[in-house]
Design a protein around this ligand. Structure first.
Ligand code: MTE
Length: 360
């Protein structure tokens, strides 16, 4: 992600994104790939998660409280300790305490999930830092509990849910999705969560509701990046109501069966896998049903660069780099970007008749 700051200076955070392929490479990558054919023949499957496979939130809280009281470790360092053979010096977990991170997960195209370590140590979370590797350490003292999410606006049945209510009420599923950042890198992430549609149905949007607006928590004392005046905090995002109701759109409460790690947006974040990652807003406290297209943080700072729709589209270059290819974290070669991030079969019907280059 890079930003043309108020001072007219570019703050460039992702150098790989500027290393762009040649025009020939771009054209070659637009050809229909085996992968795209595979998607057309392979319906995306969601996998319900057995509750025994998810660490209950109550256990997570008591575990955190225990560790805190014992003065051993707090916050995301706990999760960092989950990754194999790393940061042994940061913490000493009692034997048998470290959660087991399963291996061998893959997406429906057969690509392996990124490691827990990759997913929790290379993050865009500007509330903490614009440096991806600084987010994990800076977010370790962020408190994801207690937590409430207010769902309000043009609804018949407004609600304020505690995070525990959401986990109890809505069955958690595993969804292994590709996350494609607008900066042209990607990962495969095994989220746990539930369809946003289930929550929206419960609050009963009125017939005037056309869009959904999301807001991240505002806690500048815990989130040092929120003191950066170049951004209009709190982070806001939005979806059209039909996008929000689509089955692929989830509220994620964890990954790899663990409660959501702080650097990934604890305790609850949006995941919209066919859109650039910045649409997947983290640490949500408000969900509002509205009549007009809401403003969003990135569209406000860079309207020519970050559109409201932001569907992954290899044919619509970012003004400063191509989107025709991407770098999967952990791989050396670039790979072609897939239309709608590989979810075209499921979501293309939402945009029939729309010019997706104009409506970027
Ligand atoms: N949400 C908030 N509140 N703040 C952010 O800076 N960054 C976005 C998105 N959600 C961001 C956010 C971007 S640019 C990306 S690519 C994804 O989160 C990254 O998610 P990850 O760190 O879990 O991979």
């Amino acid at each position: 992600m890079s930003l043309r700051g108020a001072a007219g200076r570019d703050v460039n955070v992702e150098t790989e994104a500027t290393k762009q392929p040649s025009i020939d490479e771009e054209i070659a990558s637009l050809a229909l790939t085996d992968k795209e054919e595979l998607i057309m023949n392979n319906k995306y499957k969601s996998v319900p998660v057995k509750s025994s496979e998810i660490t209950p939130y109550s256990q997570y809280l008591s575990r955190r409280d225990f560790l805190k009281a014992a003065g051993i470790v707090t916050g995301s360092a706990l999760f960092a300790a989950c990754a194999p053979a790393q940061r042994a010096t940061e913490t000493t977990l009692p034997e048998g305490e470290a959660p087991v991170i399963p291996t061998g997960k893959m997406d429906e195209l057969g690509d392996p999930a990124n490691s827990f370590e990759d997913i929790t140590n290379y993050n865009n979370y500007y509330e903490f830092s614009v440096d991806k590797e600084a987010v994990n350490p800076l977010s370790k003292d962020f408190a994801p509990a207690p937590w409430t999410v207010e769902v309000h606006g043009l609804v018949n049945n407004p609600q304020t849910y505690g995070i525990e209510d959401l986990l109890r009420k809505f069955p958690q599923e595993e969804r292994i999705y590709r996350l494609r950042c607008v900066e042209a890198w990607s990962m495969v992430i095994p989220w746990t969560g539930f369809p946003l549609a289930s929550l929206l149905q419960e609050v009963e949007p009125t017939s005037d509701a056309k869009f959904v607006r999301f807001e991240t928590v505002y806690r500048p004392e815990e989130m040092p990046g929120q003191k950066n005046p170049l951004f209009p905090w709190p982070y806001q995002e939005g979806l059209r109501l039909d996008e929000a109701m689509h089955d692929l759109t989830i509220l994620a409460t964890g990954l790899y069966g663990q409660p959501m790690p702080n650097p990934n947006g604890a305790p609850i974040r949006l995941v919209v896998p066919w859109k650039y990652g910045f649409k997947s807003i983290k640490s949500i406290v408000k969900i509002e049903l509205v009549a007009e297209q809401p403003s969003t943080l990135w569209n406000t700072v860079g309207p020519g660069e970050y559109g409201f729709y932001s569907n992954v589209n290899p044919e619509r270059s970012h003004p400063r780099w191509s989107q025709a290819s991407e770098r999967r974290i952990g791989e050396f070669d670039r790979r072609p970007t897939l239309m709608f991030n590989g979810y075209a079969e499921q979501v293309a019907s939402l945009y029939v008749g729309m010019d997706l280059v104009e409506n970027y």
